[in-house]
Ligand binder design. Structure first.
Ligand SMILES: [Zn+2]
Length: 90
């Protein structure tokens, strides 16, 4: 019985430890973040893609991905999650 209690306690502690590590090495830190110049959509990209171009997921405009992205500003346009602009407005 004591062994079972020990195993349960160990499993709970491992779960907390895993969560702690996950929060610390969050995905935001591993990616560069910038805003699209056309629609101000937040765009994330891996550091090894810096210096190349990519597409904005919202307005599909071609973006240059800088080595050091400018600090994030507030969105210029009001936007909703999942909303996609048409190509004409880009
Ligand atoms: Zn865009």
């Amino acid at each position: 019985m004591a062994l079972l209690a020990f195993l349960v306690a160990a499993a709970i502690l491992c779960g907390f430890g895993y969560r702690l590590l996950r929060v610390r090495s969050g995905h935001e830190a591993a990616f560069h973040v910038m805003r699209c110049s056309a629609c101000s959509q937040k765009v994330r990209y891996a550091p090894d893609r810096a210096g190349s171009t990519g597409l904005c997921p919202r307005c599909l405009r071609r973006l240059f991905l800088p080595e050091t992205p400018p600090p994030l500003s507030k969105p210029i346009l009001p936007c909703r999650v999942g909303e996609r602009l048409s190509r004409k407005s880009a």
